[in-house]
Ligand binder design. Sequence first.
Ligand code: COA
Length: 346
Amino acid sequence: MKRSMIAGIGMYVPKNVITNNDLTRYMDTSDEWIQERTGIQERRYADREGETTTTMGIAAATMAIENAGLQPTDIDFIIFATLSPDYYFPGCGVLVQRELKMREIGALDIRNQCSGFVYAISVADQFIKTGMYKNILVIGSEKHSFGLDMSTRGRNVSVIFGDGAGAVVLKATDSDRGIMSTHLHSDGESAEILAMYNPGTHANRWGNYADFNDAEIADMFMSHQMVDNAQLFPNMDGQAVFKKAVVKFPEVIGEALAANGLQPADIDMLVPHQANLRISQMVQKMLKLPDEKVYNNIQRYGNTTAASVPLALYEAWNEGKIKEGDIVCLAAFGSGFTWASALIRW
Ligand code: COA
């Protein structure tokens, strides 16, 4: 059976650097609080001149395709992971197809938030293993800066998130390099603990719009009540997320190792989703991994959700910290809750 290997990788972050001190202009917070609780020093925000989730994704994708030695027309399938799409629909995948002038290939958007990229890698891997596609472009991109509550009310969420994009090209190979296994999980019991409820059909329970005037219909989509109650912004119980994450990260990494007859010491590089530096450090401690085997860049970019794993993977690779033959473990946990891992022989 074919395997899928990462043939090319790319990243993009906006130029606009927002430090913790910059945030104190909008909300009651401090550099000390943010660094102590999350490890974040700064993040990037998209510029105001048309930079979107898709444009950032395209920049990362272009680099990944070039690194793979391919042209956009060589790609057989697009998978785009994001929770901050340009449009409510259609998804960002078709916009990539259009802008990169690709063939009329399939395009799939994945909405799995922080684990979206690892889920996307898993989906791509299945298509390649079955022989259906040879070259798949997988993108994770987010423009969080558009939808954060920048007042003190939203500070527990807003200080964490940043914008950026990462991408890989997965390619069919007959070698023993590439993705060894992927492992996907969910538990919807606490779906509302880390969620953005609107715009969503949960609130639009009136049915027939013909019975309402324009103002009433507008109110169903975005009412003053929603704005006043911060219902148009992400909602998070940070402590509940933290507690679950520090259990599920090691669990799903252990599952990937067990599936391949390996031990934590066999990992050459762990690239965890950059949720919070304290979460990564606790996971590192539980797995007894030395510092050089865990890659973190949350200090510079914050939590970029679906982009965080490919951004960190790109930088680890670009800094020469991942070499051919290394065992690389990707792991993610986030809203849903959903969590996932992928083990790769580089
Ligand atoms: N600046 C200053 N103070 C803040 C703040 C901010 N940005 N955000 C919250 N606070 C305050 C709270 O209001 C609270 O004040 P109080 O004690 O007067 O009520 C205090 O800090 C402690 O809040 P708490 O929520 O208990 O802090 P915490 O230690 O749990 O840290 C998080 C908050 C969000 C940093 C932490 O819970 C976390 O990182 N959780 C995981 C989140 C995550 O990874 N999300 C993404 C998942 S993919």
